[in-house]
Ligand binder design. Sequence first.
Ligand code: NAD
Length: 319
Amino acid sequence: MSVNPSIQDQQTVSRGAVAVIGAGVIGQSWVTLFAAHGFSVAVQDPRPDLAEVLDAALAEWLPQVPGLVDDPARARARVQVAATVEEAVTGVRAVQEAGPETVDFKRDLWARVEAATPAEALLLSSSSGIVASDQAAAMTDPSRLVIGHPFNPPHVLPLIEVSAASGTPQQRIDRALAFYREVGKHPVQLHRESAGFVANRLQMALVMEAIRLVRAGVVDVRDLDDIVTHSLGIRWAAVGPLLAFHLGGGPGGLGHLLEHIGKGLAADIGQQLSDEDITAVGRAAAEAYPYDRFPAYRETRDALQSAIIAEREAHPLPS
Ligand SMILES: NC(=O)c1ccc[n+]([C@@H]2O[C@H](COP(=O)([O-])OP(=O)(O)OC[C@H]3O[C@@H](n4cnc5c(N)ncnc54)[C@H](O)[C@@H]3O)[C@@H](O)[C@H]2O)c1
């Protein structure tokens, strides 16, 4: 395994122990992230090839972790396979679940984990869309469970959506947010439970429309992807969809743009944009992004967009 020279001389880092339950696509990536950031990681998964897949994932991915804080060989040595859930979660600071996406699996698991972990341990689910209150139904204290939904692969992409059932102490959610910041992530707390959370709802709205356009013969698969990676993808990596439209609206901001262009574009996809929606979201955007900051937002947007375009040219997608 190659060693990043910038971290060769550093001391071994130790941040305590975490458990990862489920070592598929997402679990292997979490293991990589936590080990890279100095945690001892106990991994539990019934798959017979567990040790082999962990070896392969860690060899390939550890050197890629942004902000890697320890030497990959030392990080690899901190990963252990556990025979049972109970063995994995004993004495840990946090449990990151990444098992099958079924309510039954998660409900059963959290009841077992709750009984076997210290009361202060963070219990975190990677679920793509099953809300905490559904998963925690068999727990004695359902407010112990917090969603920590990553984007694939979590050892690279920064976002973690953090969400919990109503009644969960904010202090517990704050500890989850701090935990994810400790491993270099960008956690965002959602205000309410929402099936599919936020990022996957946005993603699926776009993907469903993409499927409709391909099926209707408007565009083929490669060209559809090209359209996104040469426009929306670049723009949204820089500023996000609401600030992008806000800047596009000039002095009238998002409200003006939605009135002027948005109503017609919404009608094109069979949706209706009401005056109430335009007023409410226009006002919220004006508060979030004041007009006197527009030149600074534009400068940042365009610097980032230019950087992404240059990087794309340096890394063309293999044909
Ligand atoms: N794949 C993604 O893009 C993605 C992104 C974000 C979140 N997630 C979420 O992460 C979780 C894992 O998804 P994935 O894509 O890694 O799935 P996966 O199918 O690749 O992995 C699931 C793993 O769970 C293991 N497993 C099965 N039964 C188990 C048990 N009883 N105890 C422990 N482990 C068990 C399987 O052996 C497998 O290795 C899901 O909740 C999913 O919604 C997935």
